[in-house]
Write a protein that binds this ligand. Structure first.
Ligand SMILES: *[C@@H]1O[C@H](CO)[C@@H](O)[C@H](O)[C@H]1NC(C)=O
Ligand SMILES: *[C@@H]1O[C@H](CO)[C@@H](O)[C@H](O)[C@H]1NC(C)=O
Length: 310
């Protein structure tokens, strides 16, 4: 019989973490980076949109932020961030200077086309972030791996494509220096936690359970925290463990004292695909620190759930 308890570790020092994501999860990772730039050391983006691309409108999001880059005026999005920072709604945008950013966009991506992703790059360049881009793979819209998933050119569930390229490793090596080679992930180190400990999951559009990979070396001790955000149609209740097991992140985490948190959305009437909120379905403040989803992520980073068995 296993008894199950949760131990919360409160970090005394200033909170630092990193983020990555695919699709709406990439746009959301970028949004968390911009809003919490004093805590987020960098972001790994696989096919995402510029900050406040939707401007709070689903219609605009669907039209401009997918394949119609000409509808995006980067200056307006930069101004939105600058204004939010001036109003104290997000952290000072000067923190973005020199922060590490990795951006992947496939040549075949038909859901968020390369010219749209380039708008996010322009945003980061404006704030002098240290951005690396990989735009030369014949890849469709998916999380990219070296050995798991559908063919690189394929578009479809679970939106994990094998392009013979370890995007997880590229992301983590951009965000952290001197990483050790990856090793095998340990299945028992992938655990569930209760997201309702952090927020009102109904208002936030989150599932009651999230997933966390805690390397053996991090059980009971402090480690760096990285969040990986799934895309639309990629939440656990739809695709099972495809993303949380096959992202390629856990293998690097195990050998490098990194905790990977995979928060999970829940689909709802204004969000049937279970996307992360980058267009306002949780409220007009979706892009600032006080938003339901981003404040929940910050709370998870502040009080990492360490799940143990005895
Ligand atoms: C930018 O990042 C690269 C690693 O990706 C690093 O080698 C370089 O020193 C960084 N540049 C600055 C100015 O921090
Ligand atoms: C993409 O470009 C990088 C650096 O220029 C190169 O090493 C890599 O082989 C290229 N990949 C593809 C699939 O073209």
């Amino acid at each position: 019989m296993k008894n199950y308890f949760i131990l919360f570790i409160k970090l005394a020092v200033s909170i630092q973490f990193s983020v990555s994501g695919i699709s709406s999860g990439a746009s959301f990772a970028h949004q968390v980076h911009v809003a919490y730039s004093s805590s987020v050391i960098g972001a790994g983006i696989i096919s995402g949109d510029i900050y406040y691309c939707s401007m709070g409108s689903y219609a605009r999001w669907a039209a401009a932020c997918s394949v119609n880059a000409f509808l995006i005026n980067t200056v307006s999005n930069i101004q939105a961030a600058v204004n939010n920072a001036a109003d104290g709604l997000i952290d000072n945008t000067e923190n973005l200077k020199n922060s590490n950013v990795y951006i992947f966009s496939g040549k075949l991506d038909s859901l968020i086309a390369q010219p749209v992703v380039e708008k996010m790059l322009e945003f980061y360049e404006n704030f002098q972030a240290n951005a690396t881009t990989v735009f030369n793979f014949t890849a469709q819209h998916a999380w990219i791996t070296s050995n798991d998933g559908n063919p690189c050119w394929y578009l479809g569930s679970p939106y994990i494509n094998n392009c013979g390229y370890d995007a997880a490793g590229a992301i983590l090596n951009k965000l952290y220096s001197n990483l050790k080679p990856k090793t095998s992930q340990i299945p028992n180190n992938l655990l569930q936690f209760d997201q309702s400990d952090y927020t009102d999951i109904w208002q936030a559009g989150l599932s009651n359970r999230g997933w966390i990979y805690i390397p053996t070396s991090c059980q009971g001790s402090k480690c760096s925290v990285h969040f990986a955000f799934h895309g639309c149609m990629m939440y656990y209740d739809l695709i099972g463990d495809a993303f949380i097991k096959k992202s390629g992140l856990n293998e690097w985490a195990e050998s490098n004292n990194l905790i990977i948190i995979y928060p999970q959305t829940r689909p709802g009437s204004y969000n049937p695909a279970g996307c992360w909120d980058v267009y306002g379905y949780t409220g007009p403040n979706f892009a600032v620190k006080s938003s339901f989803q981003m404040s929940a992520i910050y709370a998870m980073a502040s009080t990492v759930p360490l799940v143990n068995w005895n």
